[in-house]
Ligand binder design. Structure first.
Ligand code: NAX
Length: 327
């Protein structure tokens, strides 16, 4: 058995929280040898509901779950945290402009960034799930100057998994036969799922599908899947989002398979024309506990404008939060 890891989950009483916490406590986040101390952060009105979830977690008698603490104190929530999953966010409500949404979320992610900076463990890793995830991650990172910027990431693994599944269905192959797929840009409808580097059976995926399917079906289906789930379920993706968060952290800690990569929103080093400092999705490898951007890929002319459009949206979001004094 390894030393225990402290995992903080914000928005713990929400629907993703409910799908996520039991999997963390059962050992799926890091691995079957690592005991977990859980910290659940909620707003005061939802603390009672989070305590109910904590009771159920206790009742599972998970061998790896060492402790659970529910709090509405942001500083306490991140004390000694090794893994921070920032799930709670302010949803867009009717009549709300994008600027209002970014400002409301700044009110959440700025203090959480500060609290991580002041209280978290030296090896803290942060995954932002709450939307707009990339820019929320940027805001938190901007307020944690003592934490290496690369420790702040945004979740595009759900988009990645959606793209894997759509391609597997189309080609009639297993998920494990697909390698090197990647999501570029923002976790939004502008995201670009790239099949020009993806391989199926050692051959480029884009060459195994019709170009029209790629542009008219695959890309929009992946990009608008969140809306399709809401339409069908009457609620937004929860278990699949929780699953993707588990995948993101598990890969970060345990590494990608040799020769393969995955997708994550990470701080740009200027690669592929993505302005430095933006938190954008890239093809990434995980090695030695770090995500690194896969370098040296050639970007074809189908992909280039699509990547650029999504990155431009991130640039605009950063401009907005700069004007609001949030970064
Ligand atoms: P819910 O509304 O069910 O839960 C959110 C929870 O966050 C609530 O319990 C609320 O009390 C809490 N909360 C709000 N402000 C908080 C704060 N300052 N500190 C701590 N907790 C706070 O939403 P849910 O369906 O769980 O979704 C959570 C977030 O994930 C949303 O922002 C959603 O848009 C985002 N998603 C991101 C995805 C991604 O791929 N990156 C996909 C799924 C999901 O849409």
């Amino acid at each position: 058995t390894r030393s225990p890891v402290t995992v903080t989950v914000t928005g713990a009483a929400g629907q993703i929280g409910y799908a996520l916490l039991f999997r963390i406590a059962s050992g799926q986040l890091i691995g079957p040898d690592t005991p977990i101390n859980l910290r659940l952060l909620e707003i005061p009105q939802a603390v009672k509901a989070a305590e109910g979830t904590a009771m159920e977690l206790t009742d599972c008698a998970f061998p790896l779950l060492r402790s659970i603490e529910v709090t509405d104190d942001t500083h306490r929530a991140f004390e000694g945290t090794n893994i921070a999953l920032l799930v709670g966010a302010r949803p867009r409500t009717q009549g709300m402009e994008r600027g209002d949404l970014l400002e409301a979320n700044g009110g959440i992610f700025k203090p959480q960034g500060e609290a991580i900076n002041a209280n978290a463990a030296d090896d803290v890793r942060v995954l932002v799930v709450g939307n707009p995830a990339n820019t929320n991650a940027l805001i938190a990172q901007a307020h944690a100057p003592d934490v290496p910027a690369e420790r702040f990431t945004a979740m595009t693994r759900l988009d990645h998994n959606r793209a894997l599944a759509q391609l597997a269905i189309k080609l009639g192959v297993g998920i494990d036969e697909i390698q090197r797929l990647a999501i570029w840009g923002n976790h939004s409808a502008t995201q670009y799922p790239d099949l020009f580097h993806a391989e199926v059976g050692g051959k480029i995926a884009a060459e195994q599908v019709e170009r029209e399917w790629l542009s008219e079906e695959f890309i929009p289906t992946v990009a608008k899947r969140g809306a399709a789930i809401i339409e069908a379920r009457g609620a937004s993706s929860a278990a699949s989002a929780a699953n993707a968060a588990i995948d993101h952290v598990h890969t970060w800690v345990n590494g990608t398979a040799e020769g393969d990569w995955t997708s994550a929103g990470v701080v740009s080093d200027g690669s592929y024309g993505v302005p430095e400092g933006l938190i954008s999705s890239f093809p990434v490898r995980a090695r030695d506990g770090r995500y690194e951007i896969v370098q040296g890929l050639e970007i074809d002319e189908f992909s280039r404008p699509r990547i650029d459009a999504s990155v431009q949206e991130l640039v605009d979001e950063r401009e907005t939060v700069r004007r609001l004094g949030l970064v």
